[in-house]
Design a protein around this ligand. Structure first.
Ligand code: VNL
Length: 390
């Protein structure tokens, strides 16, 4: 064969391969799911991964003619790693959506990448109010601490818990929880004896709890991130704080369904406010919990799992509504305003704020069917994030 013909033949093959490749790419819809699979918040990653996979198993992996590809990355709970992974997912893998984000600093570190690349970023776990304001491409399916804390600030003083010490993890969601709880507590005639903040990384609760004991409040209000609740509960009980007449209250992160059943009877009676309980008595939730446990060796879904499950729903429906054409702006537009029944109850993505609107429940730890559960006893409907500054 003539040299020129050989070149031409090779060129044609290359073009053909490239074309096949781009058709394949065009037929694939990629979701870059960045989660803490190791490190302090590994349980959050485990829960969200299981929920995302369940959603796909139940709803298929082809949507509007596109094959859904889930690319899971472990950020090891380190924000710089989250950001680098997001960059690689956008530039190298050309993902259509970024999702996950176990902790607030990881979500905030990634926000500029979503903005620059016009990639929708679905926050499934992190819960500081300001996150959705860090990029117009962020949509949240988790919750905000302000939503949950306000409900507890209303409930506690009306139920005899007037003098309260607050104990929060010293970063975004803890600061929000403290602020919104105290604001409402004081509005309702309660008082704060002391506000304590523990380091986010490797906290030692012992010295703080000793201080609380000495202050003898009616209640201790706690926020710690998912996964840290069992340690707080253990030390609270070991110090005999319950016997000293101090009630443990908080947002539902402390009686996390991932750990609650192993906390023991000492957890009975603890009242918290939150958007999700595995014991939420709806048909949709019963179905969700059963399927989740069946697919995951009996693991009980927690509020992180629900954030992940609903986040997948928001992505799938946005892809359907934009007729599979994708494109960051079209997807984002189709995420805004979605309204549906989540395992948590009714849920809505506010088009203005791109944040979740949902019910906040008051729950008490009780034994149900032999297991410890957050049993809902009251509800505040359709709660918007009180923490929005614009
Ligand atoms: C955050 C908020 C993380 C609530 C959590 O668990 C949580 C956060 C990992 O925004 O960092 O329960």
């Amino acid at each position: 064969m003539h040299k020129r013909q050989v070149f031409k033949a090779i060129a044609l093959v290359v073009i053909a391969l490239t074309a096949t490749q781009s058709i394949a790419d065009g037929a694939t819809f990629k979701i870059g799911l960045i989660l803490p699979m190791t490190g302090q918040q590994a349980s959050t990653g485990r829960q969200i991964e299981a929920a995302a996979k369940l959603y796909m198993a139940q709803n298929g992996d082809t949507v509007a003619g596109k094959k859904i590809q889930l690319i899971i990355k472990d950020d090891t709970t380190i924000p710089d790693v989250t950001k680098r992974l997001a960059q690689e997912l956008v530039v190298n893998d050309k993902v259509d959506v970024l999702a996950g984000f176990g902790i607030t600093p990881s979500a905030l570190a990634t926000a500029p990448i979503a903005t620059q690349s016009k990639t929708p970023m679905v926050v499934m776990a992190a819960a500081t109010s300001s996150i959705t304001q860090a990029s117009p491409y962020i949509v949240r399916t988790s919750f905000t601490l302000a939503q949950a804390a306000v409900a507890m600030g209303d409930w506690a003083p009306k139920n005899g818990l007037k003098k309260v010490v607050t104990l929060v993890s010293d970063y975004g969601p803890g600061i929000d929880a403290e602020k919104y709880f105290i604001e409402r507590l004081q509005l309702n005639g309660g008082q704060v004896a002391e506000s304590l903040r523990v380091p986010m990384r490797n906290p030692d609760f012992a010295p703080f709890l000793q201080k609380v004991r000495d202050l003898k409040p009616d209640a201790l209000f706690v926020f710690v991130p998912s996964g840290a609740g069992a340690a707080v509960m253990k030390q609270f009980l070991e110090r005999g704080m319950d016997k000293a007449g101090i009630k443990l209250i908080g947002t539902g992160d402390v009686t996390d369904d991932d750990q609650l059943n192993d906390m023991g009877d000492g957890a009975l009676g603890v009242v918290t406010s939150h958007h999700y309980s595995a014991a939420h008595p709806s048909a949709a939730n019963k179905k969700f919990v059963e399927a989740f446990q069946k697919a995951n060796k009996g693991m009980r879904p927690n509020f992180m799992a629900v954030g992940g499950y609903d986040g997948m729903r928001v992505i799938y429906e946005a892809l359907k509504a934009s007729k599979g054409q994708g494109g960051g702006d079209a997807l984002l537009a189709a995420m805004k305003g979605q309204i549906f029944e989540s395992p948590r109850g009714p849920m809505f993505i506010d088009s203005q704020t791109r944040d979740v609107v949902h019910n906040i429940y008051l729950r008490k730890v009780q034994r149900q069917d032999g297991q410890l559960h957050n049993v809902e006893f009251d509800v505040i409907k359709d709660v918007k994030d009180p923490g929005k500054t614009k």
